[in-house]
Ligand binder design. Sequence first.
Ligand SMILES: NC(=O)c1ccc[n+]([C@@H]2O[C@H](COP(=O)([O-])OP(=O)(O)OC[C@H]3O[C@@H](n4cnc5c(N)ncnc54)[C@H](OP(=O)(O)O)[C@@H]3O)[C@@H](O)[C@H]2O)c1
Length: 211
Amino acid sequence: MNIVVLGAGRFGGALTRALVQVGYSVRVGVRTPSKPEVAALVQETGVFVGSPAEALGPGKQGPADAVFLAVPWPAAWEVAESLAPALSGKVLVDCTNAIDRNGLVLRSDTSAAEEIAKAAPGARVVKAFNAVGAELLAQPVVSGQKAHVLIASDDEGARAFVEEVTRALGFLPQAAGPLENARLVEAMALLWIRMSFQSGLGPRAAMRVLK
Ligand SMILES: NC(=O)c1ccc[n+]([C@@H]2O[C@H](COP(=O)([O-])OP(=O)(O)OC[C@H]3O[C@@H](n4cnc5c(N)ncnc54)[C@H](OP(=O)(O)O)[C@@H]3O)[C@@H](O)[C@H]2O)c1
């Protein structure tokens, strides 16, 4: 399976390492390839790194099966809009949190994922991994239990693909309904971020759904 990760910061770098570790072929799209963390990522994993458009190109292993958006808001929206033709038909996993120091930056009648779906209308958008810390990606088991990843999408095939990736990375997938529920998944992520970083839970705090 070929996966493109757009962004190579704390989250994109950790996601790329985790995907490579479990055997995915990964290409990474960045804005600034000269950054030391990008060089370290290439040295460690051997992944191809280029511009977002180059990363979405055919590559040696063939076209991407899925694209993970791992850039801050609103750059995520801009990247999705500018690459819309190349993203058409692809599973596009929105891992972003559209937040600033005051909270969610979008109105409650939309979400980052829904705005990205409008920006790249042919893409098969899935909201997932936005409440999974970069530290957790390297080791998804907390207190002996696998963390859950909430997955919202209107495209069942795309959701199934992301569930497969979720399991391969060592997490448990939890269907979270249609893409509209990204509004709620994103609000929950804000709570998780505040609890992790302001209320002392720490960056490895994880979600678990008990049934
Ligand atoms: N950190 C986490 O634990 C975590 C967990 C879940 C979700 N997320 C989400 O993941 C996203 C990235 O977070 P992060 O913590 O990895 O941030 P980060 O460390 O600041 O990294 C951001 C990455 O996005 C790239 N970028 C910024 N603007 C861009 C643009 N206009 N075009 C292309 N690339 C651009 C940056 O490239 P440059 O170096 O060129 O600026 C960098 O590679 C955010 O939406 C965040 O909410 C993060």
